[in-house]
Write a protein of this length. Structure first.
Lengths: 115, 115
Protein backbone atom coordinates (compact mmCIF):
# COMPACT_ATOMS: atom_id res chain seq x y z
CA UNK A 1 0.00 0.00 0.00
CA UNK A 2 1.32 3.45 -0.88
CA UNK A 3 2.27 5.68 2.02
CA UNK A 4 1.44 9.28 2.71
CA UNK A 5 2.78 11.52 -0.01
CA UNK A 6 3.46 15.23 0.10
CA UNK A 7 4.18 17.78 -2.58
CA UNK A 8 6.41 19.65 -3.05
CA UNK A 9 9.32 18.19 -1.16
CA UNK A 10 10.96 21.60 -0.93
CA UNK A 11 9.74 25.15 -1.48
CA UNK A 12 11.68 28.39 -1.33
CA UNK A 13 9.60 31.56 -1.51
CA UNK A 14 9.94 35.20 -0.61
CA UNK A 15 8.16 36.87 2.25
CA UNK A 16 4.69 37.93 1.21
CA UNK A 17 4.24 35.24 -1.40
CA UNK A 18 1.74 32.40 -1.26
CA UNK A 19 2.56 28.73 -1.01
CA UNK A 20 0.26 25.72 -1.18
CA UNK A 21 1.30 22.38 0.21
CA UNK A 22 -0.45 19.18 -0.73
CA UNK A 23 -0.90 15.92 1.14
CA UNK A 24 -2.28 12.65 -0.15
CA UNK A 25 -3.09 10.30 2.73
CA UNK A 26 -3.00 6.54 2.64
CA UNK A 27 -5.99 5.28 0.70
CA UNK A 28 -8.93 4.59 3.00
CA UNK A 29 -7.64 6.74 5.84
CA UNK A 30 -10.37 9.12 6.92
CA UNK A 31 -8.17 10.95 9.41
CA UNK A 32 -5.62 13.45 8.16
CA UNK A 33 -3.33 15.57 10.31
CA UNK A 34 -0.96 18.44 9.64
CA UNK A 35 2.07 19.08 11.84
CA UNK A 36 4.99 21.49 11.64
CA UNK A 37 8.56 21.47 12.89
CA UNK A 38 10.08 24.92 13.10
CA UNK A 39 13.74 25.75 13.70
CA UNK A 40 14.65 22.23 14.85
CA UNK A 41 12.19 22.34 17.71
CA UNK A 42 9.32 20.05 18.58
CA UNK A 43 6.96 18.82 15.94
CA UNK A 44 3.72 20.65 16.67
CA UNK A 45 0.18 19.81 15.73
CA UNK A 46 -1.65 22.14 13.37
CA UNK A 47 -4.99 20.53 12.60
CA UNK A 48 -6.97 17.35 12.10
CA UNK A 49 -9.53 16.41 9.46
CA UNK A 50 -12.04 13.62 9.68
CA UNK A 51 -12.96 13.09 6.08
CA UNK A 52 -13.69 16.60 4.79
CA UNK A 53 -14.51 18.10 8.19
CA UNK A 54 -12.09 19.95 10.43
CA UNK A 55 -12.12 18.08 13.74
CA UNK A 56 -9.54 20.19 15.52
CA UNK A 57 -7.69 23.25 14.24
CA UNK A 58 -6.41 24.46 17.59
CA UNK A 59 -2.80 24.38 16.42
CA UNK A 60 -3.17 26.69 13.44
CA UNK A 61 -0.91 29.67 14.20
CA UNK A 62 -3.01 32.42 12.62
CA UNK A 63 -5.41 33.25 9.82
CA UNK A 64 -2.65 33.27 7.23
CA UNK A 65 -2.95 29.50 7.23
CA UNK A 66 -5.85 27.81 5.46
CA UNK A 67 -6.32 24.07 5.22
CA UNK A 68 -8.85 22.29 3.08
CA UNK A 69 -9.80 18.74 2.32
CA UNK A 70 -12.50 18.91 -0.28
CA UNK A 71 -14.07 15.54 -0.96
CA UNK A 72 -12.29 13.99 1.97
CA UNK A 73 -9.32 12.79 -0.03
CA UNK A 74 -6.20 14.90 -0.41
CA UNK A 75 -5.61 18.03 1.63
CA UNK A 76 -3.97 21.36 0.93
CA UNK A 77 -2.40 23.80 3.34
CA UNK A 78 -2.06 27.33 2.04
CA UNK A 79 0.07 30.01 3.62
CA UNK A 80 -0.84 33.50 2.46
CA UNK A 81 1.07 35.74 2.83
CA UNK A 82 4.10 33.81 4.00
CA UNK A 83 6.29 35.26 6.75
CA UNK A 84 9.86 34.42 7.73
CA UNK A 85 8.74 32.53 10.84
CA UNK A 86 6.71 30.14 8.70
CA UNK A 87 9.90 28.41 7.59
CA UNK A 88 10.09 24.81 8.70
CA UNK A 89 9.11 21.30 7.78
CA UNK A 90 5.41 20.61 7.32
CA UNK A 91 4.38 17.03 7.90
CA UNK A 92 1.15 15.36 6.99
CA UNK A 93 -0.06 12.17 8.64
CA UNK A 94 -3.05 9.91 8.29
CA UNK A 95 -4.77 7.17 10.26
CA UNK A 96 -7.53 4.78 9.37
CA UNK A 97 -9.56 4.92 12.55
CA UNK A 98 -10.23 7.65 15.06
CA UNK A 99 -8.72 7.11 18.47
CA UNK A 100 -5.75 7.90 20.67
CA UNK A 101 -4.34 4.43 20.16
CA UNK A 102 -4.32 4.67 16.41
CA UNK A 103 -0.95 4.93 14.68
CA UNK A 104 -0.52 8.04 12.60
CA UNK A 105 1.55 7.41 9.48
CA UNK A 106 3.60 10.35 8.33
CA UNK A 107 4.64 11.60 4.95
CA UNK A 108 8.15 12.79 4.03
CA UNK A 109 7.36 16.40 4.78
CA UNK A 110 7.62 19.63 2.82
CA UNK A 111 10.59 21.80 3.66
CA UNK A 112 9.51 25.42 3.40
CA UNK A 113 11.98 28.27 3.42
CA UNK A 114 10.69 31.82 3.45
CA UNK A 115 13.30 34.42 2.55
CA UNK B 1 3.60 22.80 29.58
CA UNK B 2 5.65 20.32 27.63
CA UNK B 3 4.13 16.84 27.66
CA UNK B 4 7.18 14.98 26.42
CA UNK B 5 10.85 15.57 27.09
CA UNK B 6 13.86 14.08 25.39
CA UNK B 7 16.69 15.15 27.67
CA UNK B 8 19.50 14.40 25.23
CA UNK B 9 19.91 16.34 22.01
CA UNK B 10 22.51 13.88 20.78
CA UNK B 11 23.52 10.31 21.52
CA UNK B 12 26.72 8.83 20.18
CA UNK B 13 27.48 5.13 20.35
CA UNK B 14 29.82 2.68 18.69
CA UNK B 15 28.42 0.06 16.39
CA UNK B 16 27.59 -3.10 18.27
CA UNK B 17 27.04 -1.31 21.57
CA UNK B 18 23.66 -0.90 23.25
CA UNK B 19 21.67 2.17 22.25
CA UNK B 20 19.29 4.00 24.56
CA UNK B 21 17.27 7.09 23.67
CA UNK B 22 15.52 8.63 26.65
CA UNK B 23 12.00 9.96 26.85
CA UNK B 24 9.95 11.16 29.80
CA UNK B 25 6.38 12.34 29.82
CA UNK B 26 4.34 14.56 32.09
CA UNK B 27 0.71 13.90 31.25
CA UNK B 28 -1.73 12.64 33.82
CA UNK B 29 -3.89 9.60 33.36
CA UNK B 30 -2.95 6.77 31.04
CA UNK B 31 -0.69 8.00 28.26
CA UNK B 32 -0.37 6.38 24.89
CA UNK B 33 3.27 6.63 23.85
CA UNK B 34 4.94 6.40 20.46
CA UNK B 35 8.41 6.39 18.95
CA UNK B 36 9.14 7.63 15.45
CA UNK B 37 12.41 7.80 13.53
CA UNK B 38 13.44 10.16 10.75
CA UNK B 39 16.27 8.95 8.56
CA UNK B 40 18.18 11.57 6.54
CA UNK B 41 16.04 13.08 3.80
CA UNK B 42 13.14 10.83 4.73
CA UNK B 43 9.84 11.27 6.54
CA UNK B 44 8.88 10.12 10.00
CA UNK B 45 8.59 6.37 10.29
CA UNK B 46 6.62 4.66 13.04
CA UNK B 47 8.74 2.40 15.24
CA UNK B 48 6.50 1.25 18.10
CA UNK B 49 3.82 2.26 20.55
CA UNK B 50 2.61 1.52 24.07
CA UNK B 51 -1.11 1.41 24.62
CA UNK B 52 -1.66 -1.04 27.45
CA UNK B 53 -0.49 -4.41 28.69
CA UNK B 54 3.12 -5.56 28.74
CA UNK B 55 5.43 -2.70 29.66
CA UNK B 56 8.06 -3.90 27.18
CA UNK B 57 7.07 -3.12 23.63
CA UNK B 58 8.89 -4.49 20.62
CA UNK B 59 8.96 -2.63 17.34
CA UNK B 60 10.60 -2.36 13.95
CA UNK B 61 14.31 -2.76 13.16
CA UNK B 62 15.05 -4.53 16.45
CA UNK B 63 14.01 -1.63 18.66
CA UNK B 64 12.09 -1.95 21.89
CA UNK B 65 10.87 0.44 24.54
CA UNK B 66 9.94 0.04 28.16
CA UNK B 67 7.05 1.88 29.73
CA UNK B 68 7.82 2.80 33.33
CA UNK B 69 4.87 4.43 35.05
CA UNK B 70 6.64 5.23 38.31
CA UNK B 71 9.42 7.04 36.49
CA UNK B 72 7.10 8.40 33.76
CA UNK B 73 9.53 7.21 31.15
CA UNK B 74 9.40 5.42 27.83
CA UNK B 75 13.03 4.89 26.81
CA UNK B 76 13.86 3.43 23.42
CA UNK B 77 16.48 0.69 23.33
CA UNK B 78 18.36 -1.48 20.94
CA UNK B 79 20.78 -4.14 22.22
CA UNK B 80 23.30 -3.76 19.39
CA UNK B 81 23.34 -0.56 17.34
CA UNK B 82 24.07 -0.42 13.64
CA UNK B 83 25.56 2.43 11.65
CA UNK B 84 22.27 2.51 9.74
CA UNK B 85 20.46 3.40 12.97
CA UNK B 86 21.95 6.88 12.74
CA UNK B 87 18.90 9.12 12.52
CA UNK B 88 16.67 11.57 14.38
CA UNK B 89 14.37 9.94 16.92
CA UNK B 90 11.14 11.43 18.25
CA UNK B 91 9.09 10.39 21.23
CA UNK B 92 5.40 11.34 21.18
CA UNK B 93 2.42 11.08 23.50
CA UNK B 94 -1.27 11.06 22.85
CA UNK B 95 -2.62 12.83 25.91
CA UNK B 96 -5.76 11.76 27.75
CA UNK B 97 -8.97 13.23 26.45
CA UNK B 98 -11.81 11.68 24.61
CA UNK B 99 -11.60 14.14 21.72
CA UNK B 100 -7.89 14.80 21.66
CA UNK B 101 -6.11 12.80 19.01
CA UNK B 102 -3.18 15.02 18.30
CA UNK B 103 0.32 13.86 19.14
CA UNK B 104 2.67 15.89 21.30
CA UNK B 105 6.28 15.37 20.34
CA UNK B 106 9.60 15.79 22.06
CA UNK B 107 12.30 17.92 20.45
CA UNK B 108 14.07 14.90 19.02
CA UNK B 109 17.36 13.13 19.68
CA UNK B 110 20.01 12.78 17.02
CA UNK B 111 21.64 9.37 17.18
CA UNK B 112 25.03 8.81 15.61
CA UNK B 113 26.40 5.30 15.45
CA UNK B 114 30.08 5.19 14.52
CA UNK B 115 31.65 2.23 12.80
Amino acid sequence: EAGVTQFPSHSVIEKGQTVTLRCDPISGHDNLYWYRRVMGKEIKFLLHFVKESKQDESGMPNNRFLAERTGGTYSTLKVQPAELEDSGVYFCASSRELGRQETQYFGPGTRLLVL
Amino acid sequence: AQSVAQPEDQVNVAEGNPLTVKCTYSVSGNPYLFWYVQYPNRGLQFLLKYITGDNLVKGSYGFEAEFNKSQTSFHLKKPSALVSDSALYFCAVSPPGSNDYKLSFGAGTTVTVRA
